[in-house]
Design a protein around this ligand. Structure first.
Ligand code: ZN
Length: 596
């Protein structure tokens, strides 16, 4: 019977149908048992009526008016002297809904959250306030991970760049099993200590997670995710190509010129810039600057020869407004340094700078001097500042007097590699050669021919991508030693990172586990977080992330909700969605579909 709820212990006294349906019921049994001591009683003390809301019938609200009796407890020692009879198959004490309406409201809460769920509920004639929906959601008992063996973890941001949480998935069942409030070593390692069954952990390249896993689950084998490794390689190749831009363009015009040495920036005292966090970040910064500098040189040269801005823009592969801006600027526009947050070191920078220029460059000595002067900050803040004094920066681009003679038009046929972009070329470098069309193959061949560094990098990048595609980690050592002899600092820096994390990278190459399901669930978590305008606190967010999976037993009772609930709600459809590594890569960046 789906029109009315389970009324087997009740007697229907009256049904009235107007704009809404009202069903009056009472208990069939003349007795009731005390909820405290269980003694059966038949001595009635008083009566009252309770009104319960039920699921709508044909869009009309349904109310159950229940005649409830109060009984005397006949057990003299019982603390309850009087009790009201209960209807466990219908509702809970003090609840204003029937159980099945409550379940429907909870489903709305899980699917849509408080406000949106309440709005839809009203449309469907199952109204419940946003607070009610969320209360029902939070009351659900969350599943306890039963001894997971293979897990994957990843971070997600509460607030970008400031606060991150951690999501943990069981990779065998592809289900999320926990959401942690942060990604610190303490929190994550504590989780692993509580789950000693873990044997394999898949993670990204984060050193923080590596340390946490080592501390909390020293028995577990760490697996570095191949997608992240590939991404790191792409970044290194992109930096290298950006640095080679001038060389590639020159190489195209004058094939006879031998390989030109890359211009090394002169170190200058520069305290505006934030220090780079790592060598690879510094290299990437340098690469971006080199590409921009080469484009700038190109623009100035064309402008000097009298070409129009629109033609210059299409020739160089940048926007017309950028051309105007650069020409008006008169000298190479350095990237504006990112605003630095105020630091305790600020009042002492002048002193440190003067000491530095005098030649006192010993960090610990300087720290002692500063603390003697009242500096309250950490040594790290001071070392960060010192790093800015060491960072080489240059202003090699001279301002060039611009006197356009007469306007001419650049030949409209596109000149190969004049509008070279490192980002686009990176994709050509990493993609499977068979997947490139004729034009792309030609462009790639030109780049490789123009620059010996690019040629070396191409061979190395393809060899690495092949290891990823075919999961052949056995060649990793050979590859690393080839990079050592390549004299390409960008790839050396990448190889150094691999070397430091070699066991996990090797496991990534040889084992079938990947971050795919975790990334899929992180996407889901972000969607849930944003659907609540980022205001949900951890318990609610956690409930909505974790509870999508295990409520099958509760759902199975709700035949009206979903007749084939287990099959449709199960992991099959969902696990396909965030399934194998290839489709995960494709979901994040469609270009991976071609590369893998
Ligand atoms: Zn009792």
């Amino acid at each position: 019977m789906t029109i009315l709820p389970d009324l087997s212990d009740l007697v229907i006294e009256q049904v009235s149908i107007t704009n809404e349906v009202t069903v009056t019921v009472r208990a069939a049994s003349p007795t009731a048992s005390c909820p405290c001591c269980g003694t059966i009683s038949k001595r009635i003390q008083s009566r009252y009526t309770r009104t319960l809301r039920d699921l709508p019938a044909g869009g009309h609200p349904v109310h159950l008016v229940v005649h409830v009796r109060r009984f005397f407890c006949q057990q003299s020692t019982c603390v309850r002297k009087i009790f009201a009879e209960r209807f466990p198959s219908l509702t809970l004490p003090r609840m204003k809904f029937t159980l099945r309406l409550q379940e429907a409201l909870r489903e709305l809460g899980f699917a849509l959250g408080g406000e949106a769920g309440a709005r839809l509920g009203k449309q469907l004639s199952i109204p419940g306030s946003p607070d009610t929906l969320l209360r029902l959601v939070k009351r659900v008992e969350l599943p306890v991970a039963s001894s997971p063996r293979v897990v994957g973890l990843d971070d997600w941001s509460w607030k970008r760049r400031l606060r991150y949480g951690t999501l943990i998935c069981d990779l065998e069942s592809r289900k999320p099993i926990d959401v942690l409030p942060d990604r610190s070593v303490e929190t994550v390692s504590a989780w692993f200590e509580n789950h000693p069954s873990v044997e394999i952990v898949s993670r990204d390249r984060s050193s923080e997670y590596a340390a946490a896993i080592k501390k909390g689950a020293p028995q577990a084998l760490q697996v570095a995710d191949l997608w992240h490794i590939g991404k790191n390689l792409a970044e290194s190749v992109s930096t290298l190509l950006a640095l080679c831009r001038a060389e590639i363009r020159r190489g195209l015009h004058v094939q006879a010129i031998p390989e030109q040495k890359r211009e090394k920036a002169e170190p200058v005292l520069e305290e505006k810039r934030r220090p780079a966090r790592s060598r690879s970040v510094a290299l990437a910064r340098e690469g971006r600057r080199a590409q921009k500098l080469d484009r700038y040189t190109q623009v100035v040269e064309l402008h000097h020869r009298g070409f129009r801005a629109a033609d210059i823009a299409s020739h160089v592969g940048i926007g017309e407004r950028t051309v105007h801006r650069w020409v008006a600027h008169g000298s190479f526009p350095e990237a504006r340094p990112r605003r630095r947050r105020p630091s305790l070191i600020d009042p002492y920078t002048r002193y440190v700078l003067s000491r530095w220029q005098e030649g006192y460059q010993n960090g610990s000595q300087l720290y002692k001097e500063l603390t003697a002067q009242g500096y309250k900050g950490s040594p790290k803040a001071m070392y960060n500042y010192l790093a800015t004094l060491r960072t080489p920066q240059s202003d090699t681009a001279q301002s060039i007097p611009l006197k356009p003679r007469r306007r001419k038009s650049v030949p409209s046929s596109p000149v190969p590699l004049e509008n070279f972009s490192a980002q686009r070329a990176t994709w050509l470098f990493l993609c499977h050669p068979e997947k490139l069309d004729e034009m792309q193959q030609e462009e790639l061949a030109l780049i490789r021919q123009a620059s010996p560094s690019a040629e070396t990098a191409y061979d190395l990048a393809q060899a690495f991508m092949q290891m990823i595609r075919e999961q052949t980690g056995q060649q990793l050592d050979t590859w690393l030693s080839e990079v050592e002899t390549s004299h390409l600092p960008e790839l050396e820096s990448f190889a150094k990172g691999i070397q430091q994390d070699k066991a996990a990278v090797f496991a990534g190459f040889t084992l079938p586990w990947s971050q795919g399901p975790v990334e899929g669930h992180v996407n889901r978590l972000k969607l849930l977080k944003r659907s609540m305008y980022g205001r949900a606190k951890l318990p609610l967010l956690r409930a909505r992330v974790l509870a999508c999976w295990p409520r099958r037993s509760q759902l199975a009772q709700l035949s009206w909700l979903d007749s084939d609930a287990p099959a449709r709600r199960g992991g099959a459809r969902r696990s396909n969605r965030c399934g194998n590594r290839k489709s995960m890569m494709g979901a994040i960046d469609p270009r991976w579909e071609d590369i893998s």
